[in-house]
Design a binder for this molecule. Structure first.
Ligand code: FPP
Length: 257
């Protein structure tokens, strides 16, 4: 049976986040400049988005450019920004056809104005789509996001809009750029690195982590399906015991009967 057919559609993760890593190493292995790896990586982005839409996932977040990536050579940054603009431009029809809504997290103001404009246009055009929500993390880092949230809360306390005692994790989450988006249930990282690299640190508190040695440009739909299958074979306990989880599941089943 094909991998896709083995996936239980009733147990899909609602939100999958991906750290796309290994473009540079892929290029080096082939004797190309790093930018070639990013170019090939766009194909893997397309395959992953298609796979997520085919399965009927609700949210897919891709770590496309981190706050730390601004320290890369100027030429590489410019090439990545150009690739992003081209990819969005070229994929607009496909996003509409597949009912995909595009949105972003991160400090968009830090991007070149051309990239900002293209992203704004794509977000507006796709805003009424009701299928997969594709979230691009751009100029994003979890530290940046958490510090911004703290500043906002501190200001609300300063002007008397909020009392310090009222701050709890639910309120804190509303100040993050992912407000309204459920936390990822599965986080995938490619390229054989076992790191989180400042990505969605708050939101992945209970996420399942999946690491694969595949370099991002080689990542296919089948690799994505494999990660989903792996996720479905895990027991998620959220701090409870196995026995408690069995009881919770049985109660849920009874209620939906
Ligand atoms: C990590 O590989 C990848 C990136 C920093 C950028 C990811 C961007 C793309 C796949 C292309 C454009 C994106 C979209 C959403 C259309 P690396 O360069 O860190 O690889 P290395 O660790 O092997 O050097």
């Amino acid at each position: 049976m094909e991998l896709k057919e083995q996936i239980n559609r009733d147990k899909l993760p609602c939100h999958v986040a991906v750290i796309m890593d290994g473009n540079g190493r892929w290029a080096r292995k082939q004797g190309f400049a790093r930018v070639k790896g990013h170019e090939k990586g766009v194909g893997a982005v397309k395959a992953t988005v298609e796979a997520a839409a085919e399965l009927g996932l609700n949210y897919l977040t891709l770590y496309a450019f981190s706050t730390e990536n601004w320290k890369r050579p100027k030429y590489e940054i410019e090439s990545l920004m150009k690739l992003l603009v081209h990819a969005i431009h070229n994929e607009m029809a496909s996003l509409m056809e597949n009912n995909i809504r595009l949105t972003t997290i991160g400090d968009l103001n830090a991007l070149p104005s051309k990239s900002q404009k293209e992203l704004q246009r794509a977000m507006e055009t796709t805003s009424s789509n009701t299928g997969l929500t594709l979230i691009l993390a751009l100029s994003y880092s979890a530290h940046w996001e958490i510090v911004e949230a703290c500043k906002e809360l501190a200001e609300e306390v300063r002007i008397g809009k909020l009392a310090t005692e009222e701050i709890d994790s639910t309120l804190f989450a509303t100040k993050l750029s992912t407000v309204g988006i459920p936390d990822p249930e599965l986080l995938i990282r490619t390229s054989g690195e076992y790191r989180i690299s400042n990505f969605l640190l708050w939101q992945i508190a209970y996420s399942e982590l999946y690491f694969t040695p595949t370099l991002w440009p080689d990542f296919t739909k089948e690799d994505f399906f494999m990660a989903i299958l792996d996720f479905q074979n895990r027991e998620r306990r959220f701090g409870l015991t196995s026995e408690q989880i069995t009881l919770v599941e049985a109660t849920k089943k009874k209620r939906t009967k």
